[in-house]
Write a protein that binds this ligand. Structure first.
Ligand SMILES: [Zn+2]
Length: 197
């Protein structure tokens, strides 16, 4: 018998499969426990591959141009994090990890596990990749970066002329793909495949 523990009140409940679109709630505190969804490996593969392809221009192309006192400065996501290394190394590390390393690694892991499923392969590497995927879903915070970036842009707007560049459009596309990929993904689906269930 599979059980699940409520993260809110610690009640242990028996796990039972529910239909797609429904949510299982805790009988004591009504906290949502898990969602019933159909995980499709074709969709995960397409979304993770598109995420990886969009990542390169999103991270390397200029996001915004700032025109102030006759000087125009452009910045990319990587440059922004690197500029922070001297003044705030911990913040620079967190920005680099949560907005670049974790989302890219997460997409690569999902691309690997979904391609294994499509090719009907069960390599020994699949088990650590699934564990890593589970871990990285908590550390991929691209949306937090984008929201803080937009707040900074609105504040800067009062002091300088700002021009949005192609990198920003790729970053928004990356965020949409990343969120779609995460909402489609179901770790249990891949574990079941690995254990021939
Ligand atoms: Zn509960």
């Amino acid at each position: 018998m599979k059980t699940i523990i409520c993260a809110h009140c610690d009640l242990v409940t028996e796990y039972s499969a529910i239909e797609s679109g429904y949510v299982a709630k805790c009988s004591r505190c009504q906290h949502p426990l898990y969602k019933g969804k159909q995980c499709n490996e074709y969709r995960i593969f397409a979304l993770s591959l598109a995420t990886l392809l969009v990542s390169a221009p999103a991270f390397t192309l200029s996001l915004v141009s700032v025109y102030l006192l006759g000087i125009t400065e452009q910045t990319t996501l990587i440059q922004g994090a690197i500029l922070l290394i001297d003044s705030a190394p911990i913040v620079a590390f967190v920005v680099l990890f949560c907005s670049i390393v974790a989302p890219t690694l997460l997409a690569a892991c999902m691309c690997f596990s979904s391609s294994c499923m499509l090719l009907k392969k069960r390599p020994s590497l699949l088990s650590p990749v699934l564990k890593l995927t589970r871990l990285l879903t908590h550390w991929s915070m691209l949306e937090v970066y984008l929201v803080s970036f937009m707040v900074a842009v609105f504040k800067l707007n009062a002091y300088a002329d700002l021009y949005y560049n192609s990198g920003l459009y790729f970053l928004v596309a990356l965020l949409i793909l990343n969120m779609s990929m995460l909402s489609e993904y179901e770790n249990a689906h891949f574990w079941k495949y690995l254990h021939h269930e």
